[in-house]
Design a protein around this ligand. Structure first.
Ligand SMILES: Nc1ncnc2c1ncn2[C@@H]1O[C@H](COP(=O)(O)OP(=O)(O)OP(=O)(O)O)[C@@H](O)[C@H]1O
Length: 282
């Protein structure tokens, strides 16, 4: 382990016993010179990033550096914020995500999102899962689909006997897995997670982290997390962002470094990354 790894005893990166074979990056998203504005304010400036297929990519960095802003660009959620605008280019499987012909609703079906606070609908567990497919035109009974989504989200065994119960009666961790099941039910390709464990206790957090390892067999995952240990535990690659002042004294979020997670946490190439992960900054 390098000097930085030695000075960070609390952060364990999965070692050679769990080889991940991630040298070749098969891009799902390619981000080129992405800047994101809220009105006249350029919150994020000049990001270049590639998100690999069926990998977990973590986005870390201090508060306000633009992690959530960049994440929301991947499924065009920023379109829903008045005054928000993206410049630059994001391709999704080689196609311009912001092209004129692209339907943002279909984008959000294929690229699902799980939020910081679990947000199930105030409906039954069953209807939470069935809702999306119904909206997308699926008719009739959905028992198999509901079971499949709940099984994939590692929740089936805990709820199979109470599917008609209100989802709000579940624990926070169960609600979050239900939200993941709800995202899965509309057969997405990518799942975006914005601090999905920050409202959960350590046991529920471990369950979600284990679940992410299962899910990456079928889905590409991008996670924003404040928790560096979590990024080190779950992700294949890590993007470190920071916010920096320009010559005019205006603060912009910037991508500092993007690399394999093991390298970011043991041998980063940028001093700012090193300072952040060793706790000297942020
Ligand atoms: N809806 C919005 N309208 C105006 N400014 C916004 C909006 N959302 C975010 N910003 C600004 O954009 C910048 C980046 O915010 P963002 O939430 O993306 O950062 P973050 O790294 O995810 O922060 P945190 O870790 O605290 O969640 C901040 O200066 C923030 O104030």
């Amino acid at each position: 382990m390098s000097e930085i790894g030695t000075s960070m005893p609390n952060i364990t990166v999965r070692g050679p016993e769990a080889p991940r074979n991630i040298e070749a990056l098969d891009p799902v998203f390619s981000v080129e010179s992405l800047s994101v504005f809220y009105g006249a304010y350029e919150a994020v400036r000049g990001v270049d990033l590639t998100i690999g297929n069926r990998e977990i990519t973590a986005m870390i960095g201090p508060s306000g550096c633009g992690k959530s802003t960049v994440l929301r660009c991947f499924n065009r959620m920023n379109d829903l914020i008045p005054g928000a605008r993206a410049a630059g280019k994001i391709t999704y499987h080689g196609e311009d995500l912001y092209g004129d012909h692209v339907d943002p609703i279909e984008v959000r079906r294929r690229i699902g999102m799980v939020f910081q606070k679990p947000n199930p609908f105030p409906k039954s567990i069953y209807d939470n899962i069935a809702y999306g497919p119904r909206v997308n035109g699926k008719k009739g009974k959905m028992d198999d689909l509901v079971e499949d989504a709940l099984t994939k989200a590692a929740l089936w065994d805990e709820v199979k006997d109470k599917l008609k119960q209100n989802a709000l009666s579940l624990s926070g961790g169960q609600q979050q897995r239900l939200c993941i099941a709800r995202a899965i039910a509309v057969t997405p390709d990518v799942i975006l997670m914005d601090e999905p464990c920050s409202a959960l206790d350590p046991i529920a957090t471990t369950k979600i982290e284990d679940l992410m390892q299962e899910l990456k067999r079928d889905y590409t995952i991008v996670i924003v997390t404040h928790n560096m240990q979590q990024a080190a535990r779950v992700s294949d690659r890590t993007a470190f962002f920071t916010a920096e002042l320009d010559e005019q004294g205006e603060r912009h979020g910037r991508l500092v470094e993007f690399d394999e997670t093991s390298r970011i946490f043991t041998n980063p190439s940028d001093k700012r990354t090193e300072d952040y992960i060793t706790g000297r900054f942020g």
